[in-house]
Design a binder for this molecule. Sequence first.
Ligand code: URA
Length: 235
Amino acid sequence: MERLDKIIASQGKYSRSEVKKLVKAGLVTLNGAVVRSSDVKCNVNADEIIVDGISLNYKKHIYIMLNKPKGVISATEDPAQKTVIDLVPPALKRAGLFPAGRLDGDTTGFVLITDDGDFAHRILSPKNHIMKTYHATLLRPLTAEDVVAFKEGLTLGDGTKCLEAQVRMLPDRENVAEVIICEGKYHQVKRMFASLGNRVVELRRVKMGGLDLDESLAEGECRELTAEELELVQC
Ligand code: URA
């Protein structure tokens, strides 16, 4: 059992003080009865909470897919630059949101934003082998030796060892390789190609686990994941 005002505020739409005002105005009901005091305790799994005529539809955590544009940083806040959290619309915003894994400022594509730390840890830990798929536009095409080197585990310029990864040229795209890795080292994909004397000109993350980026999302747009999509991320 938790305080009603805390539960409502946790969903992001209203602050604690706004909830208090709504309660005062008689606009919050609990199991059909108008709530008189915002510190009343309730059970999110059993009680029906209606706020200003709309069912609360409580969710412990939220999982958001963002199609990140260039020039936006994968941070929660920054005094100078726009962050991925700035792109989350008010309807999906709540406290504690962060990007589960970082993309460079000039990398585009799939960023998963959540307030669920355990989930983020699970999908980012290389131990769990959740694959991240990138499309990398290269200065020059891959060689057969490059493909073998990726498979065997590359050593980056500073001696850092990478786990086995998959790479292939995409047949229908000029100089674009698909790279699949289960780690997230700093600038990893760019450094992998650099270690082979190549250069990444453009980089886009197109898939996390088994879930493709929804290409109907324009750059800068985001939407909540469905329960099925959330499962797909984890496999
Ligand atoms: N690898 C990179 O080099 N940059 C990214 O943004 C993601 C993976």
